[in-house]
Every structure is written in structure tokens, then in C-alpha cells.
Design a protein. Structure first.
Length: 252
């Protein structure tokens, strides 16, 4: 039986990914900073573990408890909705610690066992804001662009040993930095010289009917893990697919 470890399973994308792989017959290691048994249905193929991807000891304990796995999904991430002038440097560093260094540390901890077995998949959940630039997301976009570059280079290294690395890029969803909930609270986050422009821009963006759901992301991750010939980048959600096409890129 195949086993997958997923980070950031306390809500949104992570929960949907865990549910999808449980339904698909996989053994699932669902990790979260503060484990809650009530978030997922009890199952003999489910193991919920504590994990803080910014803490080396927490990573080591989770990886040891998980045992041998076949796939890793780096989904844990944090958002930042703010223009650069309004962004605190301490918060910026915290964001990179989770979105970039956390994913790198998890990959570094898991890759040796996949390499030794000569198989396995690493999927990093990025964002389509790396394809479509948006205001008030410059720092968040930078963190996800770094994750993209890391993954694409890692894929070349890992392929030497039969291991695949892939990217899933969601579009706009309530759990992301430019979803409806973020737009609603934006007035509290954006400095006054920018607030009207950013509000109008993102409100227009969100006025369309296209949106990314957690299910879209879960299905894209399923493809990335289970299809050996899945493309390097998979756009998750109708809006992400539109943005890829507008940029002249394959949506996967």
C-alpha cells in the first residue's frame, strides 16, 4: 500500500488532499501544527501527526513517526496581503521560513529514503500568482516563485534516482491571499496611499465566476502523484488555467 505525507492539513487544501488520497486507497500521514482528530474521519489508514515545518526537531520527529513513505506533499504555507511598504520585515521572514525554507527542510528530510528506494514523488503546492502578478502580493509571490525555482531544479537532481518533483499552482480561493475573504478584510491591511487602487484591482479580479476550490487542488495533487507523465506545473482551478493560457503557458 502506498503512503503519502501531507503538510498543513488543518484546513483548506491540505484537508481536501488528505481526503482525496484516503478515498483513493492510500495510507495518509496528515500533519498539522496542532493536531485535531475531528478534522478527518477516523480511518485505519490515517495517521495524524504534529508538525511545524519551521522547527527542525518537529520535522525529525514527524518523519521518524511516519516511517517509509512514497510521496510528500509540501502544502503548509502562510499568506501575506500587503504592499511592500506596509509589510513588516519580521513577518516577511516568517513567511519565507514556512513557504520556502519549510518546504526545503521537509524535502531534505524525506528525499534520502526516496532516493534509496529509487522511486517516489515530491509535490510542492505553489501559487498561480507567480504567473499572474497581482498588487499587495509581492512578498507572497516572491516566496512562491522561490518555491517554483527550487522544485524545478530539484526535479533534475531527483530524476537521477527515479524520484519525481512537481508543482501544483492554485488560483484564487478563500484560503489564499487574494480570495474573497482577503479582499473583504483588505482595508485593514493596506496603507492608505495604496488602498483604493488595490481594493479596486482585486475586487474586479474577484468579480468573475472562476474560482479555485480545495477539491481542484486535491485533484491536481492526485494527478501529480499518480500520473508518471504529469507535467512539471499543473494549474489547479479554472481561474489558474485561464491565467496560464493568457500567459501562453500550458496549464498541465
Amino acid at each position: 500500500m502506498s503512503k503519502i505525507l501531507i503538510t498543513g492539513c488543518s484546513s483548506g487544501f491540505g484537508l481536501a488532499i488528505a481526503e482525496t488520497f484516503l478515498a483513493g486507497g492510500w495510507e495518509v500521514v496528515a500533519t498539522m501544527r496542532r493536531p485535531r482528530e475531528d478534522l478527518l474521519p477516523s480511518h485505519d489508514r490515517l495517521n495524524i501527526l504534529p508538525l511545524d515545518v519551521t522547527d527542525a526537531d518537529s520535522i525529525a520527529k514527524a518523519v521518524e513517526a511516519a516511517g517509509a513513505i512514497n510521496a510528500l506533499v509540501n502544502n503548509a504555507g502562510v499568506g501575506m496581503l500587503n504592499v511592500l511598504e506596509g509589510a513588516d520585515m519580521g513577518k516577511i521572514r516568517e513567511l519565507f521560513e514556512t513557504n520556502v525554507f519549510g518546504a526545503i527542510a521537509m524535502t531534505k528530510a524525506i528525499l534520502p529514503q526516496l532516493r534509496a528506494r529509487g522511486s517516489g514523488v515530491i509535490v510542492n503546492v505553489s501559487s498561480s500568482v507567480t504567473i499572474k502578478p497581482l498588487p499587495a502580493l509581492s512578498v507572497y509571490s516572491a516566496s512562491k516563485a522561490a518555491l517554483n525555482a527550487f522544485t524545478e531544479s530539484l526535479a533534475l537532481e531527483a530524476a537521477l534516482f527515479g524520484v519525481r518533483a512537481r508543482l501544483v499552482l492554485p488560483g484564487s480561493a478563500p484560503t489564499t491571499g487574494f480570495g474573497k475573504n482577503a479582499v473583504a478584510r483588505m482595508g485593514m491591511d493596506i496603507p492608505e496611499p495604496y488602498s483604493a487602487f488595490v481594493h479596486d484591482y482585486l475586487q474586479e479580479l474577484r468579480s468573475g465566476s472562476e474560482v479555485t476550490t480545495p477539491g481542484d487542488v486535491a485533484q491536481a495533487v492526485w494527478r501529480a502523484v499518480t500520473e508518471p507523465d504529469a507535467p512539471m506545473r499543473i494549474a489547479a482551478g479554472a481561474d489558474a488555467q485561464t491565467w496560464f493560457r493568457e500567459a501562453g503557458l500550458s496549464a498541465g
